[in-house]
Write a protein that binds this ligand. Structure first.
Ligand code: ATP
Length: 357
């Protein structure tokens, strides 16, 4: 997050028509370490990480910032270290998988410690990468045997003459290969049943699945993972898993069921402070975050303030920052009649500051 380069700050008035779509575009992008900060007097306290009620807010903000930075949340690499091979970890980082999703954060330590698991989390929550990382932690690529099996409801099985280490199969084609003994599961270390609710809906698929879980391989020799966005009776399902010996008795139900309007990698803070302290708090945040670039959304100027001849809120913020910011600061004011896209395109924004009355 920290950068020693000059900071670029954008100030945007609350009425600007582009501020909403632009904010949501940034919120939806899965940028790691996007830092979103709201300064307001009106926020409810429920989610507040910082509460700055008085003129000491400048100092408090710094203290709390430091405390918060000590409250370290592990990266995907840290969670996977000592389990997943280094080349896989490097590849993860190359493609931008740095921060674990909630289900990965909760389930990976459980899986790496050897437990069976029911991954129960919404679509798009990162279940696939969760069980793939388990598989990478378990298989020996030099060994010529099926060591991991992923049962999926619809995808086709691509078989090779040499048994691959990882097989992805529908239960139908898999059952045929098992019956004809074309495929052997003696070396199976990880069995994943993805979209398990879907498979359980068809009685034909269910009987094949039961056979796979109990006849063709044994739960004591493998780690078993069930993944689904919707398991209606999950307590019953867990009970059945143990009863039927589909999993070991200590199977863990990892249930991540939060509706996430924003990507988990978004770091979101609220700062509540007095009106007079707002500029100072914004300054302290900018100077501790040291963003390479950022956007400040500024509240609309009140009629009363206009009538009394005061400068617009944006001008007040800009003047204050220019006078007080230590270091170089390149500030651009975006107004309604400007071509926003062409100006914003040149910025790589990693911090948004909402600055409302
Ligand atoms: N740690 C991460 N950081 C960034 N992106 C991630 C991370 N984990 C997964 N993703 C991406 O998030 C998207 C959704 O993940 P994924 O398909 O694994 O979710 P899922 O829970 O398996 O969904 P479904 O229930 O539809 O199978 C994918 O594009 C994936 O590449």
């Amino acid at each position: 997050m920290a950068s020693n380069s000059a900071s670029q700050i954008l100030a945007i008035t609350k009425t600007a028509p582009y501020s909403k779509p632009m904010a949501s575009r940034f919120l939806q992008s899965r940028r790691p370490y996007l830092n979103l900060c709201c300064l307001s007097q009106k926020f409810s306290n429920d989610n507040a990480l910082f509460c700055l009620p008085n003129s000491k807010s400048f100092l408090l903000a710094k203290e709390l910032e430091e405390r918060n930075s000590n409250n370290h949340s592990p990266t995907l690499r840290e969670i996977c270290l000592d389990h997943v091979p280094g080349n896989v970890l490097r590849r993860l980082e190359e493609v931008g998988y740095l921060v674990p999703t909630d289900v990965q954060k909760e389930a990976l330590p459980v899986l790496f410690s050897g437990n069976d698991c029911i991954l129960h989390a919404q679509t798009g929550s990162g279940k696939t990468l969760t069980y793939l990382l388990l598989i990478y932690s378990q298989i020996n690529p030099k060994k010529s045997a099926v060591q991991a099996l992923i049962v999926v409801p619809t995808r086709e099985l691509g078989m090779q003459a040499e048994p691959p280490a990882i097989v992805v199969a529908t239960i139908g084609s898999l059952s045929q290969l098992l019956e004809k003994q074309i495929l052997k599961l003696d070396s199976l270390r990880v069995l994943v049943v993805d979209e398990v609710d879907f498979l359980f809906k068809s009685s034909k698929q269910l009987s094949s699945l039961r056979k796979l879980l109990t006849s063709y391989s044994s739960c004591n020799n493998r780690q078993t993972v069930f993944a689904s966005a919707s398991i209606l009776q999950h307590r019953r399902f867990r009970h059945d898993c143990i009863q039927q010996k589909w999993t070991k008795g200590d199977v863990v139900h990892v249930h991540v069921n939060r509706i996430m309007p924003m990507p988990a990698c978004l770091y979101h803070r609220f700062v509540i402070c007095g009106r007079k302290a707002k500029h100072q708090v914004l300054l302290s945040l900018l100077q501790s975050d040291l963003p390479e670039s950022g956007i400040i959304f500024v509240g609309e100027q009140s009629e009363k303030s206009k009538k009394s001849g005061q400068a617009p809120s944006t001008t007040a913020v800009i003047d204050f920052l220019r006078a007080s910011y230590e270091g170089s600061l390149d500030i651009l004011l975006l107004e309604e009649d400007m071509n926003f896209n062409s100006r914003a395109a040149s910025l790589t924004v990693n911090v948004l500051y909402f600055f409302y009355d």
